[in-house]
Design a protein around this ligand. Structure first.
Ligand SMILES: NC(=O)c1ccc[n+]([C@@H]2O[C@H](COP(=O)([O-])OP(=O)(O)OC[C@H]3O[C@@H](n4cnc5c(N)ncnc54)[C@H](OP(=O)(O)O)[C@@H]3O)[C@@H](O)[C@H]2O)c1
Length: 256
């Protein structure tokens, strides 16, 4: 489905990003792997084989984001077809303890980073049916104590995506958003939950998803494939809850 397409995946060295890169690659795309740690990106590239390019990038550094877009356009012989803004960080802090640095980091990586990269790739994406897929979060859709900054950044990313979907529709570019619930087998909790509490966190959350489990990176990757491919050719500005039904859940106790 993605033969001769060129894709950028950020956060491609770990977790969900690695699964997305593998899935897009398996469907024929050339994949540019971005993130800060080269060793993690190299490990993903080794899994995939040819049709990959590693471009170490910190999405908070504008010059590096520009260099990423330039490298991807060169790899795609002038075109970038798919951008997946997946890189992100999660930190929790009660509102009164969330300082400027906390807010700055969460907004910069989770919202300004994607915004920078979208701006940088648009010239190489227009006129050819490009697709941008932004990974937001259920935390941007609902109010979770301790997640004001993380949730605000993800909610802002969702909004920016929808405005861009309107602006770029005339250029044939689609922009869609995925909001995962809790996904395991990633490194995201490392920045937010002490190591000894992560297993308990995941067990608790598994029970809160109506489908009875946490998500896996491939659950997200398959939805990204849908948005990246012609299967979703008449969909733009969509916000997909990808959370085993958690967005439907209430706190109703089990009565029987
Ligand atoms: N896991 C979940 O439960 C869950 C739920 C909802 C949404 N999400 C979202 O899904 C996305 C992927 O998360 P994940 O669960 O796969 O966690 P993860 O394994 O920690 O992946 C995050 C990736 O982002 C990269 N990254 C972080 N800061 C960066 C920066 N400044 N510049 C470039 N890359 C950066 C990291 O690589 P480097 O450190 O090498 O840069 C890492 O590969 C995130 O946007 C996250 O918010 C996850």
């Amino acid at each position: 489905m993605l033969q001769d397409k060129t894709a950028i995946v950020t956060g491609a060295g770990t977790g969900i990003g690695r699964a997305i890169a593998r899935t897009l690659h398996a469907h024929g795309a050339r994949v540019v792997l971005a993130g800060r740690r080269r060793d993690r990106l190299d490990a993903t590239a080794a899994l995939l084989g040819d049709r990959t390019r590693v471009v170490p990038t910190d999405v908070t550094v504008p010059d590096q984001v520009q260099a990423l877009a330039a490298a991807a356009a060169e790899f795609g012989q002038g075109r970038i077809d798919i951008l997946v803004n997946n890189a992100g960080v999660m930190r929790f802090a009660p509102f009164q303890q969330a300082d400027e640095a906390h807010w700055q980091t969460l907004m910069d990586v989770n919202c300004w980073g994607p915004r920078r990269l979208m701006t940088a790739v648009l010239p190489a994406m227009r006129g050819g049916g490009g697709s941008i897929v932004n990974i937001a979060s259920i935390a941007g859709e609902h109010a979770f104590p301790g997640a004001a900054a993380y949730g605000a950044a993800k909610r802002a990313l969702r909004h920016v995506s929808q405005v861009l979907a309107m602006e770029e529709a005339a250029h044939g570019i689609r922009v869609n958003v995925i909001c995962p619930g809790v996904v395991e087998d990633t490194d995201l909790l490392d920045g937010a939950v002490p190591a000894e509490k992560q297993a308990g966190f995941l067990t608790t959350f598994a029970g809160l998803h109506p489908l009875g489990r946490n998500g896996k990176p491939d659950d997200v990757a398959d939805a990204v494939l849908f948005f990246a491919s012609p299967l979703s050719r008449w969909i733009t500005g969509a916000v997909l809850p990808l959370d085993g039904g958690r967005h439907l859940a209430t706190n109703r106790p089990k009565l029987d």
